[in-house]
Design a protein around this ligand. Structure first.
Ligand code: PGA
Length: 931
C-alpha cells in the first residue's frame, strides 16, 4: 500500500492530502509486513496493481487472471487481504475528513476579507445585499428552524471501538501540519501512528452480538458529549457575529433555530426491544448527560471567576441569590478554597449542588434542586449581569453566554425524543379495547369513514376507554404503557422531552386519530371545561408509499376540517408536523417517482394547510445512501420548494452519516455552518419566490409525465416480474447483510418473505454492496427517453430544465452520482450467483439496458462528455477509489458463493460468514456508504 490514490488536485492543499494518504498508506504497508510478513504485502500489492490496470484498460484475459488470483487465495491470507483493503479505506476516509477541516482553515487564514462559499457570513452578506432590512432579517431569524434527528438506523457498520481509534488517528494526522514540530516530535508522532494502526489491525471490526437499545442510546449520547454540546453554541455565536457585522446598529440574540432530536430509545417500529421502560431509561440517561455537561461547565468557571469583593463591586442581585441559596440548599461539603470574598465561586458551588440534586428523585419538588432548565438559566443570567457590572464582559461572553446557550438548546433533556410506531400496531390495540368496551366488535373491519366518525366521537367524549380492572393482551398493554410513559416523562423531564408521536405507514386519517385517542386516554390530550383543547403530544403521520403520498393531501384536508382535530393543531401553535419517507417511497416507486411525488405531496399539503390556517413542518426521513434520499445536508435544505419551509424543517441523521458528520468538531462545525447558511438562503429564496411562475407549472407537467412512465417501468420489473425477487435475493448479499450485528432491530418487520415486509435499509444496502445501486437510478433512463423520443426540441426543454429548475437539476445530478458509483461489470459477477440462468440473463439484461439508457440520457441532458465532468474533484475521488473496492467485491462474490454452498450442505460456515461480513464492512468504507 505504498502508492496511493488521491483526489487529483493542483493546489498545494491537495498535495497535503496526497501526502497524508501516502503517509498512512506507508504505515499500513509496514503494519502488513509486521503482522503478515512480506508475503502479505506482496500479494496485496499484486492485487491492487492488477485491479488498477483493469480499471485503466479492460483486458478480458487480465480480468480472468485477476479472478483467478483472487480465488486462489488461501483462507488465512484471504482474510488478511480483505482486512488490508478495508483498513486502507478507513485511513483514506480519515485523511479526507481531515483535509476538509484543513481546507476551511486554509481559507480562513488566507482569504482576508473574502467570504467562504457556504459559510454563515456568505449568506448573511447576501441577505444584506438583497436589501433586507434589519426587521426583515430579524423576521427571517425568528422563522428559521432546523431540527436534526439522530436515529438508530442500522447502517453504521463501524464499532465504537474502531471509531475511537479513527479519532485518535485523525488527531495525530492533523498534528503533522504543525510547522513547529521538531524532528524528534515528528518521529514520535510517526511511532504513535504506527502503533495506532497496529491497534486498528488487532481490533475486531465486527461486533459479536447485536447492540442493545441502551448501547445505541449511549452511542448517540457520545456525539453530544464529544461535539454537539460545544459546536452548536459556536455556530450560534458565529451567526450572531455575522449579523452584528452586517447589521451593526442592533444587538442580536438569535432565537433557537437549530437543534438536535433523537429517535434512539423511542423508535419502536419493528423493534420489540424498544419498550416503554427502555424509553424511560433513555430519558433518564439523556438528563444525566445534560446535567453532567453543565456540572463540567460550572467546574470550568470556578477557575475563571475568582473575582474578589475586595476589589470589585458585584450586584446586589447576586448577593441576594446567594443568601437565598444558603437558606434553601445544603452543600454536601464546603469547598476547600472557600473564600467569603469570592462570591461567584460560592454561587457556583450552590448551583453545582442544585444540579447534582436534579438527578436525585427524592429531592423532587424541593428548592434543593433545579426544577427545570429555566431556573438554571436564571442563575446564570444573574452571574452574567454581575460580571458585566464590573466590566468583566469578556469572561461573561466566553463562559456565561456559551453556557446559557447550551442550556437553552439542550435543557435538562439533551434532545427531544420522538416516539415512532407502525400504524397497524395501533389499530390492533384499538380493536381490542373497543371490543372489550362493547363499542364495536371489530374496529379494524370498519370502513375508513366509519372509523373517522367513531374516533371523532371518542375524542370529544371525556370518558376514558380503558379500565384498570380490565385485562388486555401483552401488546395492547405495552401500547398503552408507552403513552403512560410519555405522560410521566413530560411531568418529570418537561414537555419538551417528547413532543411528536410518529406513525409509520400512515394510510388514512384514522391512523392519526387513533394515536390521539390513546393520548387522550392518559391525559396528553383533553378538553378544558371551557372547551379549549389541550394537547401536548402531536400525532405525526409518516407517508411513505407512492399511494399514500397521493392520498396525503386529502387525508390532511379531511382532518383539518374536523373541529376537534383542528383544535388540537391550534394547541400546537397551529403547526402540523408531517413526516415523509424517502426510502420506502423509493423502494415502492423508484427514484424519479418518489422524489417527484414527495414534492407534489408537500406542495399540496402546504396549500391545504394554508386553507385552514395551519403551518406545516416537514420531517424528511432520508438516509445516507442515494437510494434513500442521501445528499449533503445543505443541499437537502435548498432543494425544498420554497413555500414549504415556512414551518421549519426536520431531517433524520442516521448511521454512518452521524459518525462522518459529527465525530470531529471541525467537520461538525462545517456541516452545521453550511446548514445554517442554506437555511438563510432558503428563506431569501422563499421571500423572492413567485408562486405563480408559469414556466415552473409547465415543467411540473413534464416531470409529472416522466414520473408516470418511470413508475410503470419500475413496478413492471420490481412488482410484476415474478422472478425479480429471486434474482435480487440471490444476486446480492441481502441475507448476509442481515447477519451483521449493526443494530438492535431485526432487518424485517415481520418474519415474512414478502417484498412489502422487507425494510428499505437492507434493500438499498444489498444493492449498494453489489454495486448495482439499482434503487438510485433504475427507470430514470426510460422515462427521460420517453419524453425525448429523439426530438432535439424536447432535449432542449430538458436541458433548459436542468439549468433552471432546482428540482430537476438535483434529480439529474443525483443520477450522475449513482451512475458513476455503480459498476455493471462487477454487478454482473454478482448476477452469476442467481441459480436460474434464464432469470439471470433476463433480469440482468433489463437492468443493464436501463443503466446504459440512463447514462446516455444524463449525458445528453447535462451536455457533458463524461459523467461528472463538471465536478472533476469528485469524479476523480470516486474513480480513484474504485480499483481498491473492486478486489473486495470480487472476494465478496466468491465468499458468498462458498458460504451459500456450505450452508446448503450443512457445513460449518462461521469463518466464511466472518469473511463475508468483513468484505461488507470494507466495501461500505470504500463507497463511504452502507445502506
Ligand atoms: P425505516 O427507515 O425502515 O426505519 O422506516 C428507512 C430508512 O431510513 O431508509
Amino acid at each position: 500500500m505504498t502508492e496511493i490514490a488521491v483526489t487529483a488536485g493542483k493546489s498545494n492543499s491537495n498535495n497535503l492530502l496526497r501526502r497524508d494518504i501516502r503517509f498512512l498508506g506507508n504505515i499500513l504497508g509496514e503494519v502488513l509486513v509486521h503482522q503478515g510478513g512480506n508475503e502479505l504485502l506482496d500479494i496485496v500489492e499484486k492485487i491492487r496493481e492488477t485491479s488498477k490496470s483493469l480499471r485503466a484498460v479492460f483486458i478480458p484475459d487480465l480480468h480472468e487472471e485477476f479472478k483467478q488470483l483472487i480465488s486462489s487465495l488461501e483462507p488465512e491470507i484471504r482474510h488478511q487481504v480483505i482486512r488490508a483493503f478495508a483498513i486502507y479505506f478507513q485511513l483514506v476516509n480519515i485523511a479526507e475528513q481531515n483535509h476538509r477541516i484543513r481546507r476551511k482553515r486554509d481559507y480562513e487564514r488566507s482569504a482576508g476579507e473574502a467570504v467562504q462559499r457556504g459559510s454563515i457570513e456568505a449568506s448573511v452578506k447576501e441577505l444584506k445585499e438583497h436589501g433586507f432590512t434589519y426587521y426583515e432579517a430579524q423576521e427571517i431569524m425568528e422563522g428559521m428552524s432546523l431540527e436534526l434527528v439522530m436515529t438508530a438506523h442500522p447502517t453504521e457498520a463501524k464499532r465504537r471501538a474502531i471509531l475511537d481509534i479513527h479519532k485518535r488517528i485523525a488527531d495525530d494526522v492533523m498534528q503533522l501540519d504543525n510547522p513547529t514540530l521538531t524532528f524528534r516530535e515528528r518521529e514520535q508522532l510517526r511511532e504513535k501512528l504506527l502503533n495506532e494502526v497496529i491497534t486498528l489491525w488487532q481490533t475486531d471490526e465486527l461486533r459479536d452480538r447485536k447492540p442493545t437499545v441502551l448501547d445505541e442510546v449511549r452511542n448517540g449520547m457520545y456525539y453530544f458529549h464529544e461535539t454537539l454540546f460545544h459546536v452548536l453554541p459556536d455556530v450560534y455565536q458565529e451567526l450572531e457575529r455575522c449579523l452584528s457585522k452586517y447589521y451593526p446598529e442592533h444587538h442580536w440574540h438569535v432565537p433557537k433555530y437549530l437543534r438536535f432530536g433523537s429517535w434512539i430509545g423511542g423508535d419502536r417500529d419493528g423493534n420489540p426491544s424498544v419498550t416503554a421502560e427502555v424509553t424511560w431509561q433513555t430519558l433518564k440517561m439523556q438528563r444525566k448527560m445534560a446535567v453532567r455537561e453543565y456540572q463540567l461547565a460550572l467546574a470550568g468557571m470556578f477557575k475563571h471567576l475568582s473575582f474578589s469583593t475586595s476589589i470589585v463591586d458585584v450586584t446586589d442581585e447576586l448577593m441576594a441569590s446567594i443568601q437565598k441559596d444558603r437558606l434553601q440548599v445544603t452543600l454536601q461539603k464546603t469547598p476547600e478554597w472557600h473564600n467569603e470574598k469570592e462570591p461567584y465561586r460560592i454561587k457556583l458551588s450552590y448551583m453545582t449542588e442544585k444540579l447534582h440534586n436534579v438527578l436525585d428523585e427524592s429531592k423532587d419538588g424541593t428548592s434543593e434542586r433545579y426544577e427545570n432548565a429555566r431556573e438554571l438559566i436564571a442563575d446564570l443570567k444573574i452571574i452574567d449581569r454581575s460580571l458585566r457590572h464590573h466590566y468583566a464582559d469578556y469572561v461573561a461572553q466566553t463562559h456565561l453566554s456559551q453556557m446559557i446557550r447550551q442550556v437553552e438548546l439542550f435543557g435538562f433533556h439533551t434532545a427531544t425524543l420522538d416516539i415512532r410506531q407502525h400504524s397497524q400496531e395501533h389499530e390492533k390495540a384499538m380493536t381490542e379495547i373497543l371490543a372489550k368496551m362493547n363499542i364495536t366488535s371489530n374496529y379494524a373491519e370498519l370502513k375508513e369513514e366509519e372509523k373517522l366518525v367513531l374516533l371523532e366521537q371518542l375524542l370529544n367524549d371525556p370518558r376514558p376507554l380503558t379500565s384498570p380492572y380490565q385485562e388486555y393482551s401483552e401488546s395492547t398493554t405495552e401500547c398503552l404503557d408507552v403513552y403512560r410513559t410519555i405522560f410521566k416523562a413530560q411531568k418529570e423531564f418537561g414537555t419538551q422531552c417528547i413532543t411528536s408521536y410518529l406513525i409509520s405507514m400512515t394510510e388514512a386519517g384514522s391512523d392519526i386519530l387513533e394515536v390521539m385517542v390513546f393520548a387522550k386516554e392518559v391525559g396528553l390530550f383533553y378538553k378544558d371545561p371551557d372547551g379549549t383543547v389541550v394537547c401536548t403530544l402531536q400525532s405525526v403521520p409518516l407517508f411513505e408509499t407512492i399511494d399514500d403520498l397521493h392520498a396525503a393531501p386529502a387525508i390532511m384536508n379531511r382532518l383539518f376540517e374536523m373541529p376537534i382535530y383542528r383544535q388540537s393543531v391550534a394547541a400546537m401553535n397551529d403547526l402540523q408536523e408531517i413526516m415523509l419517507g424517502y426510502s420506502d417511497s423509493n423502494k415502492d416507486g423508484g427514484v424519479v417517482t418518489a422524489n417527484w411525488e414527495l414534492r407534489v405531496a408537500m406542495k399540496q399539503i402546504t396549500a391545504t394547510g394554508k386553507k385552514y390556517g395551519v403551518k406545516l413542518k416537514y420531517f424528511h426521513g432520508r438516509g445516507g445512501a442515494l437510494g434513500r434520499g442521501g445528499m449533503p445536508l445543505n443541499r437537502s435544505i435548498l432543494v425544498q420548494p420554497p413555500e414549504t419551509i415556512g414551518g421549519g424543517i426536520k431531517i433524520t441523521e442516521q448511521g454512518e452519516v452521524i459518525s462522518s458528520r459529527y465525530s470531529l468538531k471541525g467537520i461538525a462545525y462545517r456541516s452545521l455552518e453550511q446548514a445554517t447558511s442554506a437555511l438563510i438562503k432558503a428563506a431569501i429564496n422563499a421571500k423572492l419566490y413567485d408562486e405563480n411562475n408559469q414556466q415552473e407549472e409547465e415543467w411540473d407537467e413534464i416531470i409529472a409525465g416522466i414520473s408516470e412512465t418511470s413508475l410503470t417501468k419500475y413496478q413492471d420489473l420490481v412488482f410484476r416480474d415474478p422472478d425479480f425477487l429471486k434474482f435480487f435475493k440471490e444476486s446480492t448479499p441481502l441475507g448476509e447483510v442481515g447477519e451483521l450485528n449493526i443494530g438492535s432491530r431485526p432487518s424485517k418487520r415481520k418474519n415474512s418473505d414478502r417484498f412489502e415486509d422487507l425494510r428499505a435499509i437492507p434493500w438499498v444496502f444489498a444493492w449498494t454492496q453489489s454495486r448495482y445501486l439499482f434503487p438510485a437510478w433504475y427507470a430514470a433512463g426510460t422515462s427521460l427517453y420517453n419524453f425525448y423520443q429523439d426530438d432535439e426540441k424536447k432535449l432542449q426543454v430538458l436541458q433548459d430544465m436542468y439549468h433552471n429548475s432546482t428540482f430537476f437539476r438535483s434529480l439529474i445530478d443525483t443520477l450522475q452520482l449513482a451512475i458513476i458509483k455503480a459498476d455493471l461489470v462487477i454487478a454482473k459477477e454478482y448476477s452469476g450467483m442467481c441459480s436460474d440462468q434464464e432469470v439471470k440473463d433476463r433480469v440482468f439484461g433489463k437492468i443493464e439496458q436501463e443503466f446504459n439508457l440512463t447514462k446516455e440520457m444524463v449525458l445528453k441532458i447535462t451536455g457533458l462528455p463524461e459523467i461528472l465532468d463538471d465536478a472533476p474533484a469528485l469524479q476523480e475521488s470516486i474513480r480513484q477509489r474504485n480499483p481498491y473496492v473492486d478486489p473486495l467485491s470480487y472476494l465478496q462474490v466468491q465468499l458468498l458463493t462458498e458460504l451459500r454452498a456450505a450452508r446448503e450442505q450443512n457445513r460449518d460456515d462461521a469463518l466464511l460468514l466472518r469473511e463475508v461480513l468483513l468484505t461488507i464492512n470494507g466495501i461500505a468504507a470504500g463507497l463511504r456508504n452502507t445502506g
